[in-house]
Design a protein around this ligand. Structure first.
Ligand code: PGA
Length: 239
């Protein structure tokens, strides 16, 4: 089975980059690689209308209810989102999302027929204490046995810092993660790397056997740089 790489643009709390909603957008679906965008909630509809493959950066697991200011995963699905990020480290930090709550999001996404991208990763202190495996294992606890998911390994110390994990460090963690996934999903699940991925380090990372794509923040806001990363991914296939 040939696995297509997935390149996801996480725009965080930023407007869509210039030209991203135009017909020649580099953020559009490509023939040989899956490209998706994760805009702020208020820009979702515009991205979907521009025919980008779109996902939410967060969705509440309950379908509706008294959660002022929140948007549910079911609402995202109804709007036409195909993906949703679950448990990005900035949400875990800013909104105190626990791993159990994040897992509820994964389950809710599968029930709503939208593809969850579960984000995991350790902080610098956790890595320095040698606890990175324990932390990531805990964050993967309770994964549903069936249903298509994607994992994004994003070491917190590499996000937005310009300090990327080395391809060896990333590959080692991805290889640790894969056998922890439910049996049916071992081979087919894509495990993305995220954390200061850019056009200069993307190739070395994406060539590693267990790195199946990238979740890209800063570099995804620069259309030319993002296009360069997509081009690199187009040239790589995974078994
Ligand atoms: P970064 O962000 O590429 O700016 O490090 C990645 C992410 O947080 O998803």
């Amino acid at each position: 089975m040939v696995k297509r790489l997935l390149i996801a643009a996480n725009w965080k709390m930023n407007p869509p980059p210039e030209g991203s909603l135009l017909p020649a957008s580099p953020y559009l679906e490509h023939a040989a690689v899956d490209v998706i965008v994760l805009p702020g909630h208020l820009d979702l509809e515009r991205c979907i209308a521009a025919r980008l493959i779109t996902g939410g950066q967060y969705g509440h697991p309950e379908p509706k209810g008294a959660h002022t200011g929140d948007v549910s995963i079911q609402m995202l699905a109804r709007l036409g989102c195909r993906y949703v990020l679950c448990g990005h480290s900035e949400r875990r930090r800013d909104h105190h999302e626990s791993s159990a709550f994040v897992m509820e999001q994964v389950v809710a996404a599968l029930e709503a027929n939208i593809h969850p991208i579960l984000c995991v990763g350790e902080t610098l202190e956790e890595r320095e204490a040698g606890k990175e495996h324990e932390v990531v294992k805990h964050q993967l606890k309770g994964l549903p046995e069936h249903g298509e998911i994607t994992i994004a390994y994003e070491p917190v110390w590499a996000i937005g810092t310009g300090k990327t994990a080395t391809p060896q460090q990333a590959q080692a963690m991805h290889a640790f993660i894969r056998p922890l996934l439910p049996k049916d999903l071992h081979a087919a699940t894509r495990i993305l790397y995220g954390g200061s991925m850019n056009k200069d380090n993307a190739e070395a990372l994406l060539l590693r056997p267990d790195i199946d794509g990238g979740l890209i923040g800063g570099a995804s806001l620069k259309p030319e740089e993002f296009a360069a990363i997509v081009k690199i991914a187009e040239g790589i296939t995974k078994k």
